[in-house]
Ligand binder design. Structure first.
Ligand SMILES: N[C@@H](CCC(=O)N[C@@H](CS)C(=O)NCC(=O)O)C(=O)O
Length: 255
């Protein structure tokens, strides 16, 4: 009842062009929130961030009861406290017209973004590798990127003959692909060497004004984890032991 009332209020405000900016709750880093930032930025939607730096600040939000599973990311939007990264991304993609023109296009977008998520999860968790496994994990990630994932998108662009992965307009699949390309290049700058169409895609999509703005210094895009921020993240979320990569591209966390 209360939720419905909130929604109505938000819709009224939106129709008056007065919708509140979405508010993102997360720690001050990329993590699972970064794709959400990318999607909003690409859609040209301004957002606010409540970034916490300590375990206490995170627990305060848990105690407030605003995190359904006592986890972040959480996005306050349209009268809801939205959680679960996939649910948030799908809601935003649909709301801001980045989710294709029909169910088929939506299914293609899902296939691309789910694969991209497997790759970006590996890269996201890589800094948490056990010290003795870093080299092996990096080699594994680069091998997966260049032999399993990038060939799929290179072929998709060749076969589809459009500027975008799906249909004839920008979608969540494109923002996710560009985000992951840039993450992989941070691991190895020449990672796109064998993928000419991905190189063109990167240049083309980076040139879209909203995205170009997001890529410039001073935007809400976050830097990769450095040694200091790894410690902060470990303390906030109580990562105690470490992570390891299993054979088939699945990440298993041990903590
Ligand atoms: N399935 C959730 C997982 C969220 C998740 O694991 N969040 C981490 C931070 S990135 C967290 O809040 N961990 C604290 C905990 O699980 O207690 C999603 O995709 O959003």
């Amino acid at each position: 009842m209360l939720e419905a009332h909130h929604l109505l209020q938000e819709e009224k405000l939106e129709s008056l062009g007065m919708a509140r900016k979405p508010k993102l709750h997360y720690f001050n880093g990329r993590g699972r929130m970064e794709s959400i930032r990318w999607l909003l930025a690409a859609a040209g939607v301004e957002f606010e961030e409540e970034l916490f730096e300590t375990r206490e600040e995170f627990e305060k939000r848990i105690q407030e009861g605003i995190l359904m599973y006592e986890q972040v990311p959480m996005v306050e939007i349209d009268g809801m406290n939205l959680v679960e990264t996939g649910a948030i991304l799908r809601y935003l993609a649909a709301k801001y017209d980045l989710y294709g023109r029909n169910l088929q296009e939506q299914a293609w977008i899902d296939m691309y973004v789910e694969g991209l998520k497997d790759l970006s999860d590996m890269i996201m968790f890589f800094p948490l590798s056990l010290p003795g496994e870093k080299k092996m994990n990096l080699e594994y990630i680069l091998e997966r990127a260049t032999t399993r994932f990038f060939p799929v998108y290179e072929k998709a662009l060749r076969d589809h003959e459009q500027d975008f992965l799906v249909g004839d307009q920008l979608s969540w699949a494109d923002t996710q692909l560009l985000e992951v390309i840039l993450m992989a290049e941070e691991c190895k700058p020449s990672v796109l060497a064998g993928f000419p169409l991905l190189q063109e895609f990167k240049a083309r999509i980076s040139y879209i004004p909203t995205i170009r703005k997001f890529l410039q210094p001073g935007s809400q895009r976050k830097p990769p984890l450095d040694e200091g921020s790894i410690e902060t993240v470990k303390n906030i979320f109580k990562f105690e032991r470490g992570m390891f990569l299993k054979n088939m591209g699945t990440i298993v966390a041990e903590y």
